[in-house]
Design a protein around this ligand. Structure first.
Ligand code: AVJ
Length: 342
């Protein structure tokens, strides 16, 4: 499997990128990691210097965080995964017809790959699958599982931060480029970044391709709040794992028991916000810099924007994408959109 992943000339020859991107290759490790941690450190310091302290949510997904996120997806209160998967099951034949033959399926933020298996199974002879994720080990493991299940599909994983441009993808000459972006991950982006991301996808898919995107819908307070303040405390552990990661990767001394998780619905901005609330006045050191917290001051760690079908399609239109079809579940909890160039 290693050979297959690293020797494919389709990607090694044409590979150029604006960022430090690496294909999955077990032999290629140490230097990369420290460059990544330097970037991680600068983003952490920058976030904590703000009046409203923030931390970038993409760093949730180290190995432990990726596992915790999978646990979130299995919670009763976290309806998103369950509802999207059921909807995907329901529309998969229709999707397969729209996608057609010999597609190359790209998936930014691929994670554990449960949803992609549903799609790949339904498709007519897909050519290749390109999962992208920031968490290398996790990506590598899930690729192995997928390759076993689909021996005839070329699997070309890329470790990257998909919020940054990955140029070579757009340069692939292929008619049927499909980007699969489930899970309402788009919800993490603020408006300008969401439009930027959608514009990158618009450029990437070309005139024949499509973006299949899952988007969570705005709904009543209690359903949303329960989904992000689950009773087992998994979301709390997920949120706090970011502090643990900063401690171990960036030489910091966050006291985990001095912070509490709190998710709040900001209806005006149509989003759930996750915060870590300092329980006391305290000082935290990170790689030689110190940060003071007053009691109940928060670190804003994540936004999860919610849309209506119309508000999402208006956003897509700003990136010159239009819906060829949009599906929702019966309760209107979640939506899936098949977007093409407008
Ligand atoms: C992966 C961004 C879709 O916002 O629902 C889940 C992340 N954070 N619980 C979401 C998340 C806390 C999730 N997304």
């Amino acid at each position: 499997m290693d050979d297959k992943l690293v020797s494919n000339e389709w990607h090694t020859d044409q590979y150029t990128s604006d960022q430090e991107t690496s294909f999955i290759d077990n032999k290629n490790t140490n230097n990369k990691l420290s460059t990544q941690n330097e970037l991680f450190l600068s983003e952490v310091l920058q976030g904590l210097e703000q009046t409203q302290k923030t931390l970038p949510c993409k760093y949730f997904y180290d190995e432990k965080g990726s596992i915790l996120f999978e646990e979130i997806c299995e919670l009763d209160e976290y309806y998103i995964t369950r509802v999207e998967l059921a909807l995907l099951e329901k529309i998969k034949t229709e999707l397969a017809e729209m996608i057609g033959k010999q597609a190359i399926i790209m998936e930014p933020g691929a994670g554990a790959g449960v949803k992609i298996r549903t799609l790949l199974k339904a498709l007519n002879n897909p050519e290749s699958y390109v999962p992208m994720d920031i968490s290398k080990d996790f990506l590598f493991q899930s690729c192995e599982t997928i390759q076993k299940e689909f021996p005839n599909i070329d699997i070309m994983p890329i470790q990257c931060d998909f919020t940054q441009p990955v140029k070579w993808l757009g340069q692939q000459k292929h008619d049927n480029k499909i980007v699969f972006f489930p899970g309402s991950t788009i919800g993490n982006f603020e408006k300008a970044s969401a439009i930027q991301f959608l514009t990158n996808m618009h450029d990437l898919i070309g005139s024949e391709g499509a973006l299949i995107i899952g988007v969570d819908l705005l709904k009543e307070d209690k359903v949303l709040e329960a989904a992000y303040n689950d009773s087992l405390g998994v979301t709390e552990a997920f949120n706090k794992n970011l502090l643990a990661r900063i401690n171990s990767d960036l030489n910091a001394d966050f006291k985990l028991d001095q912070f509490k998780h709190k998710a709040i619905l900001n209806r005006q901005l149509a989003r759930i916000e996750m915060h870590l609330v300092s329980q006391n006045e305290q000082t935290v050191n990170i790689n030689g810099e110190s940060f003071d917290f007053s009691a109940f001051e928060t670190i804003h760690t994540e936004n999860s924007h919610k849309y209506s079908v119309d508000s999402f399609l208006a956003l897509a239109a700003e990136a010159n994408l239009k819906s060829k079809n949009t599906w929702t579940d019966e309760q209107q909890l979640f939506s899936i959109h098949y977007l093409v160039r407008g």
